[in-house]
Design a protein around this ligand. Structure first.
Ligand code: 5GP
Ligand code: ZN
Length: 114
């Protein structure tokens, strides 16, 4: 998707603070962090949202969580706890339409679910 900001980050066309990359996913720090650690983990291929996932995407989605777990340990937020969020659609506040997993931690969460 040529006009997708996360596709551009994956391709290196716009700058980002990358913390992990492999053949399936790229992880980088959120430009407007909502917690001391706020990392976005995105598939390297464009997928709009959870709404359009297909069964072939199952291993890729599982991999996002494995990378999140590894990054939580690397950031030393794993023992105190962290939150993983996938916003989907307007009501959830999805602003970038390239599926992404937010990894948030480093301080107690101020907001309950919803
Ligand atoms: P959403 O609201 O779609 O779940 O989350 C999108 C996230 O992407 C937001 O937290 C926002 O701060 C982040 N973001 C938007 N544009 C950029 C960018 O150009 N670079 C980085 N690193 N993060 C971005
Ligand atoms: Zn994209």
């Amino acid at each position: 998707m040529s006009d997708c900001i996360f596709c551009k980050i994956v391709k290196g066309d716009i700058p980002s603070t990358n913390v992990f990359r492999d053949e399936q996913v790229t992880a980088f720090r959120d430009i407007n962090p909502a917690a001391p650690t706020h990392i976005l983990i995105v598939p390297n291929k464009h997928i709009d949202s959870v709404n359009v996932l297909i069964s072939d995407d199952e291993p890729l989605m599982g991999h996002l969580f494995i990378v999140a777990k590894q990054l939580a340990a690397r950031e030393k937020i794993d023992e105190d706890g962290y939150r993983l969020i996938v916003n989907t659609g307007v009501y959830a506040g999805q602003t970038v339409h390239h599926i992404h997993l937010h990894l948030l931690g480093g301080a107690p969460m101020k907001h309950p679910m919803g």
